[in-house]
Design a protein around this ligand. Sequence first.
Ligand SMILES: Cc1cc2nc3c(=O)[nH]c(=O)nc-3n(C[C@H](O)[C@H](O)[C@H](O)COP(=O)(O)O)c2cc1C
Length: 406
Amino acid sequence: MASLRTEFLGIEFDNPFFIGSASPTLTGEHMRKIIDKGWGSCVVKTLSFDKNVRPDVRPRLMGARRHNSLYGLQNCELITTHGLEWWDKEIKVLQDTKAPFIVSIMATPDLDDWAALGRWCEEHGASIIELNVSCPHGCPEEHMGMFIGQDPQLVHGVTKAVKDEVSIPVMTKLTPNVTDIVQMGKAAKKGGADALAAINTVAGIIDVDIYQKVVAPNVLGRGLVSGNSGPQVRPIALRIVAELAKEVKLPISGVGGIDSWKNAVEHIMLGAATTQNVTAAMWYGFGIVEKWKRKTLEFMDGQGYDTVADMVGVALDAVTSYEDLEVEDHLYPEVDVGKCLHCNRCTVACGDTGGGAIKVPKINDIDDEECLGCALCAVVCPVGAIDMVVRGESQRWTREQGQPVK
Ligand SMILES: Cc1cc2nc3c(=O)[nH]c(=O)nc-3n(C[C@H](O)[C@H](O)[C@H](O)COP(=O)(O)O)c2cc1C
């Protein structure tokens, strides 16, 4: 029987599903609920000195939906609105749960401030300290958050300042809003980081109200480029986790776009040892983890994985460069006529964009000669009735070999 118990940076967690630093971890009571509901841990909402705390604007969240289904969130929430004195008491609620917990901190590039905040975390029972050098809104203007995370020297300096001060593990949380994430991961590693957390939110604009001429989140008629999260950012998060796992080789806590147990396993298979979730928990409540744990265990039992560690990075080797890809020249779509709804989306897509290989009304009568092998038909099929299969004699070639003459 598989087990979800996870060792991360020498600390034992009940499972690898954590709640990341954000609104769900704003108070001790919220975090007690997170642990009671069965999450492996949580990252306390980013803390700082009173001088860095600002009031939040209202509203500060905006969702994006399609066909009535949410796929993205944008927020311009800042760090905690409470000072350290308030947190002195609040953190006790979390300590009482006995679960290991992580505290997120943020300061300006003043290294003494970072060191002092690190000390505060250690004195208040944190198992791990997460360095928030990655918030994309509000904070960069104050030389905090992404202002630091976009500069490898600052990432190195801040990580080292905290690392030199404390004896507990330090994890640097990176921003995706950089050109070269590996450079930032290596800077954190050089500063002594024990792990990396990736990603914080993606800077963007999720919506423009074309009637009011206002961008999201609409704060009394004005908006701003701010943090995007949820399923819309998952491809970016997975890419970054894979790049860090391949190139930096530090333990990773994978964050970004996890909306199901499967998405968490995707992060793990690309190199994350633990995962963090925020947006899905905000949308659907902390109870989602129960199903995630059950389904992950079922998957592990079915696939023969005994521990979470057995799954870490197992898909990494499959992430390769274009040069390394093989081409199967005889790969064609096959329609499962039993599943097919005869909606003709594949026919239209193939006719307008592909080779015009799928003709109506004979839905599975594919003209292999016309087929480009792109799989657009499978992409647009609403019921997954189309698979790509090898028909005829398999013919594989690499870029090195060049395309065979037909
Ligand atoms: C409302 C909100 C507030 C957030 N506040 C913080 C924060 O204080 N510190 C931090 O490191 N990340 C913060 N984040 C970023 C999340 O921790 C996480 O990195 C990001 O949302 C991606 O994960 P997700 O797709 O599961 O939401 C916040 C995200 C949201 C949606």
